[in-house]
Design a binder for this molecule. Sequence first.
Ligand code: GUN
Length: 287
Amino acid sequence: MAAELLDGNLVASQVKQQVQARAERLKARGVTVGLGTILVGDDGPSARYVEMKRADCAEVGIESFHTHLPAGVAEQELVELVESYNADPRIHSYLVQLPLPSGHDEDRILSLVKPEKDVDGLHPMNLGYLAMSRPRVLPCTPAGIVELLKAYGIGFDGKHAVVLGRGLTIGRPLALLLALNQPGLNAAVTVVHSRTRDLAALVRSADIVISATGAPGIVTASMVTPGAVVVGAGTSFEGRKLLSDLADDVSEVAGWVTPRIGGVGPMTRAMLLLNAVKAAEAVAGGG
Ligand code: GUN
């Protein structure tokens, strides 16, 4: 039996409606939600992601502020731009698109973003609060995955979740998020990666598999327990074609699966908008 689809486009559009309503409420109080994007260099996928994020902003009534710097820009110029975004009251939150071109100190730049304006939840302080079980800004892809499954009535409580990948933007924070002592979370989490012995056996023991490696087709049907929930969160490209971490045959055994396009991606972008409106609400205060 073919797996049921986890439709990220559908759930993301619901989240976006909620964001739009909250942005309109702020507007009525004289506050236009502002989201900044900083792109350095000419990486094709990064440029397209930023373009999509800005189009999403326009759709829900968020004003976007954008700067594109050349790959060879001096580090000091990027630092000064980050500082100007920190100081600009119109920009409630912003992101520096990753990866930065080689030669730039990604850790340093991320740590210079004002934590309250960190729409990605990737500032060391926000990741630290998550590690301390007191999350503030949640990273967008992990939060989007939880929200997507929740919309289909799938919670993590007591389940074994296997996360493939331990990267900064997905695997690492997702593992922390899923293990939080909160209804809907409370998962038993195993993180596996390129150095894991007998990775297939561990994946086979999962109720919920989330792959965030960027290795196309790394999760195959033979690694999935029949009926399991399987989420492809890693991205890679063949030319301009987006590839999934999930092999096509996964949908023959899984109970639930994300599509190659319209699964996790739209959820990540929707959670970014949600973080943006929350950042503006935090500045505007109650009322
Ligand atoms: N590049 C890939 N994923 C992300 C993300 O979540 N945030 C930023 N800023 N860049 C990324």
